[in-house]
Design a protein around this ligand. Structure first.
Ligand code: PHE
Length: 449
């Protein structure tokens, strides 16, 4: 057997795993969803779903991956050969990877385009009608949409080809510290603005009247999406963890750091929005319409616009690496393809699926399924259905099928870690809490109960 290319240090593990969690979810989804769905009320539900469903599933995935030292699909075959059907979790995971990447690379494409366009100044204006027109022009242009998306796909592919330690680990180790630095800089600048208090009130004021079954499902979907769980990303990354890595601790750290980034992003965005009299309800367009206009009003604003989109580019890169690694690891291990061939295949396939999302605002704007464009459909299908479902079956597998003794020895690193209570708590969560919560929220959110 080939020697497995794995992460080489504790910091590398943390940088890569956190790099996966932190992404467009923090700056594109989190602030917009929180602002739209009742502020602190949404935040509380999101937090609870993270603690009771997201975190246990993350620990389960990392644990299974490290034990099997295999990709998302093969893991189940290795750990439970008696019943092949568990492998379906991994198969659906590989499918989800393509669906997420399809729309994710498009948004990342806009972000990369905006880094470039804010440097040249072409999207900068203090007038939101101008920035709105600039954004509309970009997304309605099929050539530009495809160009930026393919550029991003190829960029991520090039890092993936370099390998787990020399590509993913090396890149995320450099990017993560930069990300925090930029975020703190923008956050401090924002908090010094006169509208800071109003902005923070908007983000944190609880409005429980907005909370419906669908909103709760959205919050849980965000919890899964944020922690990159429910589709085998963390199984794949877990398979690159060293044997002495403390898995529950790593997961907890990643969760806390990821949450911090989300809150900092909210703190960076909303004070500025209020100071300059903008409406926060702009949804995802907040990023591409409001941000350039708002930051352009500040002294030295251009620098902050550029910084903001660089931040987005950095964050999205770490996340895309981890999603693309799922099919690449599978093709590499299962069919013995070289890393180059596995990546090339993934890139081509992704370009095909991805272009249907990229063209959702132009050529394919009229093409809808269930009332949604392909872009919205992929987003809804993965966050609100496939990731929670994947999380449900993963917790059942870890809690009931694989066996308590194996869980105990895997999570305590064969008894070398003194974490009996933590592991018992995890077992309780993964056996009873997570599956029940997930299934209830899912059925209720889809109006099936
Ligand atoms: N966690 C990433 C983000 O918030 C997205 C992601 C989802 C990454 C699923 C991997 C798997 O942007």
């Amino acid at each position: 057997m080939m020697k497995r290319d794995i992460f080489t240090s504790g910091f590398g593990v943390l940088a890569a795993t956190l790099g996966s969690a932190v992404g467009l979810g923090n700056i594109w989804k989190f602030p917009a969803l929180t602002g739209l769905n009742g502020g602190a009320a949404f935040l509380v539900i999101y937090l609870l779903s993270t603690l009771m469903a997201g975190l246990p599933v993350m620990i389960a995935e990392l644990m299974l991956g490290r034990r099997s030292r295999s990709d998302a699909l093969t893991t189940f075959r290795v750990l439970h050969p008696q019943r092949e059907s568990w492998g379906l979790i991994g198969a659906v995971g590989v499918l989800s990877a393509f669906l997420i990447l399809a729309f994710y690379t498009e948004v990342a494409g806009w972000v990369f385009a905006y880094v470039f366009k804010s440097v040249t100044g072409s999207i900068l204006s203090t007038d939101p009608t101008v920035t709105s027109a600039a954004f509309a022009k970009l997304i309605a242009d099929p050539v530009q949409s495809i160009f930026w998306q393919f550029l991003v796909i190829i960029f991520v592919g090039c890092i993936i080809v370099a390998g787990v330690s020399k590509g993913i680990e090396k890149t995320t180790k450099r990017l993560m510290p930069m990300l925090f630095l930029i975020l703190v800089m923008i956050g401090i600048r924002s908090l010094m603005l006169p509208g800071a208090a109003e902005g923070l009130t908007f983000l944190f004021r609880p409005d429980f009247s907005k909370v419906t079954g669908a909103v709760v499902l959205t919050a849980m979907g965000l919890a899964f999406f944020k922690l990159s769980v429910g589709m085998g990303t963390m199984i794949t990354y877990g398979s690159y963890f060293t044997e002495d890595q403390d898995i529950p601790m790593t997961a907890l750290r990643v969760m806390v750091a990821d949450l911090t980034v989300s809150l900092l992003a909210g703190i960076a965005i909303f004070p500025a929005v209020f100071t300059y009299g903008f409406k926060p309800e702009a949804g995802p367009a907040l990023l591409f319409i409001t941000i350039p206009a708002v930051f352009s009003q500040m002294p030295f604003g251009t620098i902050f616009v550029v910084l903001f989109f660089v931040l987005g580019a950095i964050a999205s890169t770490g996340a895309m690496l981890s999603i693309m690694e799922v099919p690449v690891a599978y093709l590499h291990q299962r069919f013995g393809l070289s890393r180059f061939k596995a990546t090339a295949m993934t890139v081509v396939l992704l370009a095909l699926v991805g272009s249907t999302a990229a063209l959702s605002n132009s050529t394919l704007a009229g093409f809808k399924l269930f009332g949604m464009t392909m872009f919205d459909l992929y987003d809804f299908l993965t966050s609100n259905l496939l990731l929670p479902l994947g999380g449900f079956f993963l917790s059942l597998f870890a809690g009931w099928v694989w066996g308590e003794k194996k869980v105990r020895s895997a999570l305590s690193n064969e008894g070398t870690l003194a974490n009996r209570t933590v592991v018992s708590f995890f077992l309780f969560q993964v056996k009873y809490v997570a599956p029940v919560i997930i299934i209830v929220i899912l059925l209720r959110g889809l109006k099936l109960i």
